[in-house]
Design a protein around this ligand. Structure first.
Ligand code: AMP
Length: 429
């Protein structure tokens, strides 16, 4: 029997993990720079949380959840997105309170049972941020800037933010009626899903990927014409704030996003170089979500971005950092004393650099150098009987082929200089 990864999942093999780590480190550093603190919530939650939080009429909930009963018969679901769990945690810990702002970020796997293809997986990873407790347009701007700054910092500065306002429960019903009026004559030609959406939540028709519905949706009345004054002012201020920060954005009145909880601002960032699965990230405001989940009426705004898609965009542009092996190889030749000293030296080197040595004692120096070459080490530190007797080590620069004896007290400074002089990998930043 040959085991394989489950459909829609993948292994991150060591050659790829450097790119993952670099991306995660940047997301972490930038989130911290923006004053956001990390929150970690469980990978599974009560199914009801997503029914209520994400919305029963969304594709995510109606078709894509990994739901199972545990041994006590409780219905649990592998989280399909991060926001509902984060809001649950804020409510549960009693910290979602009016007038208190929480800036939070998370990173981790999400699960959706969707048809796998390039850029679409059943287990994927999101980096997300939530700014909870403020209804100010400045919060929307801050959240969008955090995402844009990460992408720009990675070299993806050519992306455009698609922006929309989906109004709020006060002004949206009027638009939904307008939308029904527009869609009614097309009902017969619409897909079965959209016919159901027409009644329950006609905004979802705008998300439909079925060709006739896409054509029908192309002519819809713009939601921006139906916004109430407060939503309109909010949206204007968000646009002004983004423009002042030099963020390129385009209005897209059809952008409603696949989750029900959005109010007012909705946005997505797309990679123009990709056709399908081009959204790298997206988010919006969710002023009613915390109350919907049983908490107080506290507003919020957030985004999530797909790490796989960002990595694909980086790879396509030749910007993904390559794998890096250990930089140092410790070679030794001698008796038991040398062997013992070599093991101690290896441990010292590892505290400061990445270093390996042959696991098998007594192999020829030639065989050890071959290994050093194979792993791409930059330098070999060589310990023999002479070096041991004189309190020295030989350092061989494996690129230049030169070598010199260095006093043990000088070894660290010497290696620092040698490793610092390395040409930086082309796409390291
Ligand atoms: P969403 O929560 O659907 O708005 O997704 C936010 C981001 O997560 C998207 O812009 C994608 O980058 C990523 N994403 C969503 N679904 C998937 C998936 N099935 N596979 C890979 N990435 C995904």
């Amino acid at each position: 029997m040959k085991f394989q990864v489950p459909r829609g999942t993948f292994d991150v093999m060591p050659e790829k993990s450097a790119a993952w780590q670099a991306l995660e480190a940047k997301a972490r550093a930038l989130s911290t720079g923006y004053g956001y603190a990390e929150i970690r919530t469980p990978i599974f939650e009560a199914t009801e949380l997503f029914l209520r939080g994400v919305g029963e009429t969304t594709d995510i909930v109606s078709k894509e959840m990994y739901t199972f009963a545990d041994r006590k018969g409780r219905s649990l679901t592998l989280r399909p997105e991060g926001t509902a769990g984060v809001m649950r945690a804020l409510i549960e810990h009693g910290v979602a309170q009016a007038g208190r702002v929480h800036r939070l970020w998370y990173l981790g796997p999400m699960f959706r049972y969707d048809r796998p293809q390039a850029g679409r997986y059943r287990q994927f990873h999101q980096w997300g941020a939530e700014c909870v407790g403020s209804d100010q347009p400045a919060a929307d701007v801050e959240i969008i800037l955090l995402l844009v700054d990460l992408l720009a910092g990675l070299g993806l500065g050519d992306l455009v933010v698609q922006l929309n306002s989906v109004g709020h429960p006060g002004c949206r019903p009027a638009y939904q009626e307008k939308l029904r009026d527009y869609l009614r004559p097309h009902l017969d030609t619409m897909c079965a899903d959209c016919r159901a959406r027409f009644e329950k939540n006609p905004l979802r028709v705008l998300d439909c990927k079925v060709p006739p519905d896409v054509a029908i949706a192309a002519g819809i009345p713009s939601i921006l014409d139906s916004l109430c004054d407060a939503c309109r002012t909010h949206f204007d201020l968000v646009q002004k704030g983004l423009a002042e920060q030099g963020v390129r954005f385009a209005l897209d009145p059809k952008l409603v996003r696949g989750l029900d909880y959005y109010t007012r601002t909705a946005f997505e960032v797309h990679d123009p170089a990709r056709g399908a699965q081009s959204a790298l990230g997206g988010g919006g405001r969710y002023d009613g979500l915390i109350a919907e989940l049983g908490g107080p009426g506290v507003p919020g705004v957030g985004f999530s971005a797909g790490l796989e898609r960002i990595l694909l965009a980086l790879e396509e542009r030749g910007l993904a950092p390559g794998a890096e092996g250990p930089k140092l190889y410790l070679a030794r030749a001698g008796g038991e004393g040398v062997e013992r000293a070599a093991q101690a030296l290896l441990r010292e080197l590892r505290a400061r650099y990445s270093a390996v040595a042959d696991l098998e004692p007594g192999r020829s120096l030639g065989a050890q150098f071959k290994q050093a070459d194979r792993i791409g080490a930059v330098a070999a530190v060589i310990l023999g009987e002479d070096e041991l007797a004189q309190g020295q080590a030989t350092v061989k620069d494996l690129r230049a082929g030169t070598q010199e004896k260095v006093a043990r007290a000088e070894l660290a400074a010497h290696l620092d200089r040698l490793l610092e002089s390395l040409p930086r990998p082309e796409n390291a930043r």
